[in-house]
Design a protein around this ligand. Structure first.
Ligand code: AMP
Length: 394
């Protein structure tokens, strides 16, 4: 990475503003149901504490839409951080107001405080210069470690870097190194599995991977747009009629580049989008009227697993079926189990495929599970991420 990191700057005794992604899921009583995002921020926070920095943490949580709304308070995060760090991480009552200024002014070396939810101010998402300046005035150094929001140009993810020396934390460093290496210098064969709902969400990803991967497996809801484009009927399956031409042009481009594009050969169909649906398994080219394709069939799993077993690098983004429904989760389970077993670099994009891997208890068998769904997709598309671009070059 050509960006400076926390190890490239003197933090001893300095006030350091750290943008984390503490956007953790909570139950209806505000209890954190999954604290992985907090855990993922710990290496950076601990490095700063061990090096006597005065740490000022900030993050967004949910969508409070620019207003103070205690439903989206970071109080549960402050509590969890206090448990993990072994001292009280005080939570400021505001973001850049009197209380934030007071706590940021008083924070001791080797200790951390947390500002309230940056999205309590509409200026955050507008990347407002005055708001960025106010945030910056709380500290002497800015560290961005929020990979999950690195694709957003907001005040706390990018704007603040205009006013402070700005460096990357370990999490951003790790994401960029692992995903970047796989894209730019992969151990081959490099196989990408793209599932999920729509082709339109993944066009950029497919285009960029056609230049980089050896094989692209297209599965999930995207399949049917490609099948329809080739003239097959897809019943009630999800299909983007306005992307048929595009699907054909992507296939043509892959052919020209000598990239193998693999599609499911069989499909598990349901009578409705529900776990209660009646089910049948058919050839992918013979989906009957009134049925919709909701998972890959066993022959497809076998075909894809053969390909994956020979791979040295695998990138997976998007479930290959509606894995939320038990009846249509078999394909996703088969792919996940295969990735857990193969001797390859396995990278799981954030979002639904990461959630599936977690649900199946296979997370520790993967090389890397990205903490950013949207951010990792944009990075794989080859886009520049504002939260990374804003950091100082080495
Ligand atoms: P994405 O956010 O694009 O990765 O899409 C994830 C969603 O795609 C999941 O909620 C899956 O239920 C959905 N999905 C996967 N396969 C299908 C399918 N065959 N038909 C409809 N939705 C699907």
């Amino acid at each position: 990475m050509n960006k400076k990191t926390i190890e490239d700057i003197e933090v001893n005794g300095k006030k350091v503003l750290v943008r984390c992604d503490f956007n953790v899921p909570q139950d209806e009583n505000g209890n954190i149901t999954d604290d992985r995002r907090i855990e993922a921020a710990l290496p950076t926070i601990k490095y700063l504490l061990d090096n006597n920095a005065k740490v000022i943490l900030c993050s967004h949580l949910g969508r409070p839409k620019g207003e103070f709304n205690m439903k989206y308070s970071l109080a549960p995060v402050a509590k969890r951080l206090s448990e993990l760090l072994g001292f009280e991480v005080k939570l400021a009552k505001d973001v850049v107001g009197e209380d934030a200024q007071k706590l940021a002014g008083e924070v001791e070396e080797g200790k951390a405080i947390l500002l309230e939810n940056v999205r309590f101010h509409a200026e955050e998402e507008k990347n407002d210069a005055e708001f960025s300046k106010k945030l910056a005035s709380l500290a002497e150094i800015y560290v961005n470690d929020a990979f999950g929001t690195a694709h957003r140009a907001h005040a706390s993810t990018a704007g603040v870097a205009d006013y402070l020396p700005a460096v990357a934390g370990y999490l951003i460093g790790k994401e960029i190194e692992i995903i970047g290496n796989a894209l730019n210098n992969p151990q081959r064969p490099f196989v990408a599995i793209l599932g999920g709902k729509k082709v339109s969400d993944k066009i950029g990803v497919i285009e960029n991977l056609i230049d980089k991967a050896d094989t692209i497996i297209i599965a999930g809801g995207m399949t049917y747009t490609f099948l329809k484009a080739q003239g097959y009927s897809v019943g009630n399956s999800i299909c983007e009629e306005d992307k048929l031409e595009l699907a054909l042009s992507l296939m043509e481009k892959a052919k020209q580049k000598g990239i193998k594009l693999l599609f499911p050969v069989d499909t598990v169909c349901g009578t409705e989008f529900s776990n209660e649906a009646d089910v049948c398994t058919v050839k992918s080219t013979e989906i009957p009227d009134n049925w919709e394709g909701l998972d890959i069939g066993p022959e497809s799993s076998k075909l894809f697993i053969e390909e994956l077993k020979a791979a040295k690098t695998v990138m997976w983004n998007g479930p290959v079926g509606v894995s939320e429904f038990e009846k249509f989760a078999n394909g996703t389970i088969a792919i996940a189990n295969c990735l857990a077993e193969i001797d390859a670099i396995t990278i799981i994009g954030g979002g639904d495929s990461a959630a599936a891997i977690e649900k199946f208890g296979l997370a520790d068998k993967m090389t890397h599970i990205s903490t950013g769904g949207g951010a990792s997709l944009e990075y794989i598309e080859g886009k520049l991420l504002p939260g990374i671009e804003c950091l100082n070059n080495k």
